[in-house]
Design a protein around this ligand. Sequence first.
Ligand code: PMP
Length: 412
Amino acid sequence: MTHDFSNLRVDFPTLDQHVGGHPLVYLDNAATTQKPRAVIDAIARYYERDNSNVHRGLHALSMRATDGYEAARARTAKFINAADPAEIVFTRGTTEAVNLVALSWGRANLKAGDVILCTEMEHHSNMVPWQLIAQQTGATVRYIPVVGENAEGGLDLEAADELLTPEVKVLAVTHISNTLGCENPIKDLCAKARAVGAISVIDGAQSAGHELVDVQDLGCDFFAFSGHKMAAPTGIGALYGRKALLDAMPPWQGGGGMIANVTFEGSTWKPSPERFEAGTPNVADAIGLHAAMDYLDGLGRPAISRHESELAMMACEALSELPGIRILGPRPGEHRAGTVSFAFADVHAHDVVTFADQDGVALRGGHHCNQPLMRKLGLPSTTRASFYVYNTPEDVDALVKSMRKILKFFGA
Ligand code: PMP
């Protein structure tokens, strides 16, 4: 049975408000999503009943906190079909997860002459950590180009084949672009990376929680995502890593919880995932993440991705009729994930977002942490509308109506 997405707003307390005298239409989901009552309650319940430090206590609360934290790890493994909960390292989010791989795996394995292959559509958080580690190790970062003046052709896969030489040691690529709204052929790219002996690091910030993700089927070595972009709290995310790789990697941060034995002379490490979780972890938000995964699977992720995609395609088609608009990524009528970025010839994105806010429509304007991509496309910024489970066709209408009003105001 397909879930009814027409009134999920009632599950999300923040959506029950007016902005500028209008009911809030929240279309900034690629930046962060709202949280359902079930997640807020799970966090409150933890602080009200179980709050304690994990792993180091033998009293009742510590054991309950530990059980909750480890259950969240097992749930996360199941959510992305990892073979073993030990392949899940909790992090603050995608950014921290990518930095972990770059600093641990990268520092141990990269050297001068090696190549890190990114793409031109990477978010800064799957680009800058690689630039930093390249500077430190002498490796070089190269980029798979995007095709078309609005990047409507997605990644240039022929160029990718040429760039995937034996010098490539890391392929770092996003699953779904946060600006273009396109989905990349990850399974194919991971297989090609493996064939040249490179590891694959997938940025799943825009895909986990939006569609079914099966890391074993994708064949990736690492997969990073953020809880806050999928109905869970900020400050929690995860890195999936293949066990053999994680176990061979050195720690990237030192402290409590990650050691096997410490002497004045030196220390030894626990296996993964503890090796990579120095210090007191974010127990409450891991428990919130668990609740979010249950909520999303209650709706069904295939239905979620269909719903978001339908709304984004509807928006893309309606917006394409406005004068002087440039829409990035897939063309109107073509399949896209739940994000639409666009630019008007005569109105700056920051004006668009400020005016839309007065209509109660929350959008994002800027470079969306894709500065090099924007520069290549000759745009200082775009306006981005991004959809999630609680959005409806009425929200698309409110967006388009607000955009028409803005264009009229600016005489465009
Ligand atoms: N990658 C992509 C594709 C994103 O959209 C984002 C968030 N905008 C990130 C990475 C970074 O996620 P976080 O800030 O949660 O670490």
